[in-house]
Design a protein around this ligand. Structure first.
Ligand SMILES: NC(=O)c1ccc[n+]([C@@H]2O[C@H](COP(=O)([O-])OP(=O)(O)OC[C@H]3O[C@@H](n4cnc5c(N)ncnc54)[C@H](O)[C@@H]3O)[C@@H](O)[C@H]2O)c1
Length: 371
């Protein structure tokens, strides 16, 4: 029986993580023994939904107290981004397993410290890359791994909201696209939409690419959202095998109509689709074949949390670990560096510092500028 402490009691816990843990509690495989939030009321409300055998999870206002004092084997971290590294490192120091929401942290210096500490502690660290559990993505990945389209050439990966954000932020003008609280501030968000919503298409791109990223060229802007960081980002990633990837994300617009969430063109055809459907069009065919996965009451978060439990109980490595979390962050930090310096940035980045641009990465820059 896995004993878990949830850190943070905001939207993602209420809507996704707590219901997923509830299912594991009902299966008899887990207990949520503790939950923490600086604001007590939402933590108490969520705790009331996680009662097991008449016992309610203990509520802590200080997550360090939860990590150090609660009866737990693992934590599920769902905090604002600037607190992730602190919560992860405090948990690693106690030798507990970790599931952490995206992004792993907000700087590569933090990322390097986390990689080193997790490796040393030998715990299970799972990056909560929930969209990898969407059946459309799983099917596309399986098809590509079976060499269904041959070598990939172009890979596009998108993420936009499905509805406009109606919340307002104290001290900022009321508009339909205002960002909630900590997401409006670069200090607590770690950037803009790219490190938040854009984290999903970035890990999906890296997951599908079958090659290491070698350079990054990006453009961002803030068009409508009331936030310090960008509300729109377009990033080009060049891979070692020559493939070109594109990440497109925004906070101020709903998902572009009729646009596939991911689209891969390769030497023998294309595979594209959305969370619950996948299309395959071999080269030379006019129409694709398709597969649709109807809703089955099991969310990608349900699958993610079962997967985390499975990794701890069986010793099988998680689908994405701390190194994958750092790898996604590295592409995002390279994109921010590219915007700041107006140039293509080569990977790997070391300690957040960009490598000098080599001639090879200028091709990607030429694609961005349309020259
Ligand atoms: N995978 C996804 O699709 C997805 C969707 C939404 C959010 N998220 C991620 O989940 C995390 C949380 O996002 P959210 O939408 O739930 O945010 P939120 O603002 O709704 O919740 C954050 C919670 O953290 C609490 N908090 C702030 N400082 C704290 C502290 N020092 N100690 C304890 N609690 C503290 C706040 O009171 C709040 O309840 C972020 O990393 C975000 O990127 C992921």
């Amino acid at each position: 029986m896995l004993k878990v402490g949830i850190i943070g009691a905001g939207g993602i816990v209420r809507n996704a993580h707590a219901p997923a843990w509830r299912k594991l509690i009902d299966r008899g495989d887990a207990r949520v023994t503790a939950i923490s939030d600086v604001v007590r009321a939402p933590a108490e409300q969520i705790a009331a939904t996680l009662v097991a055998d008449g016992t309610t999870p203990t509520v802590y206002e200080d997550y360090h107290a939860l990590i150090n004092e609660a009866d737990i084997d693992a934590v599920d971290i769902c905090l604002p981004h600037h607190l992730h590294a602190d919560a992860i490192l405090a948990t690693v120091a106690r030798g507990k397993h970790i599931l952490c929401e995206k992004p792993m942290c907000i700087s590569l210096e933090e990322g390097d410290r986390i990689v080193e500490a997790v490796d040393r502690a030998g715990i299970v660290y799972m990056s909560a890359h929930n969209e990898l559990f969407d059946p459309g993505i799983t099917a596309a990945k399986g098809f590509m791994d079976r060499d269904g389209i041959g070598k990939p050439f172009l890979i596009r990966s998108h993420e936009f909201p499905t509805t406009y954000n109606q919340a307002t932020v104290p001290g900022r003008p009321a508009q339909a696209t205002n960002m909630i609280g900590w997401r409006a501030s670069r200090a607590t968000m770690g950037g803009g939409v790219l490190i938040d919503k854009g984290y999903h298409p970035t890990y999906i791109l890296l997951y599908l690419a079958q090659s290491e990223p070698v350079s990054v060229t990006a453009m961002t802007n803030t068009f409508v959202a009331q936030m310090d960081g960008e509300d729109t980002a377009l990033v080009l990633v060049k891979f070692a095998n020559g493939a070109i990837g594109q990440i497109f994300t925004g906070e101020g617009f709903v998902f572009p109509a009729n646009d596939a969430k991911f689209h891969v063109l390769g030497e023998r055809g294309e595979v594209y689709g959305n969370r619950r459907d996948v299309y395959v069009k071999p080269r030379g065919f006019a129409e694709p074949s398709s597969q649709t996965f109807p809703p089955d009451g099991v969310s990608n978060f349900d699958k993610e949390i079962v997967h985390f439990w499975d990794s701890i109980t069986t010793g099988r490595p998680p689908i994405q670990d701390h190194r994958d979390g750092r790898r996604v962050l590295e592409v995002i930090q390279a994109a921010y560096r590219s915007v700041e310096e107006g140039r293509t940035v080569e990977l790997p980045l070391s300690g957040g510092r960009a490598q000098p641009v080599e001639e090879t990465s200028r091709e990607a820059a030429a694609v961005t500028s349309g020259s």
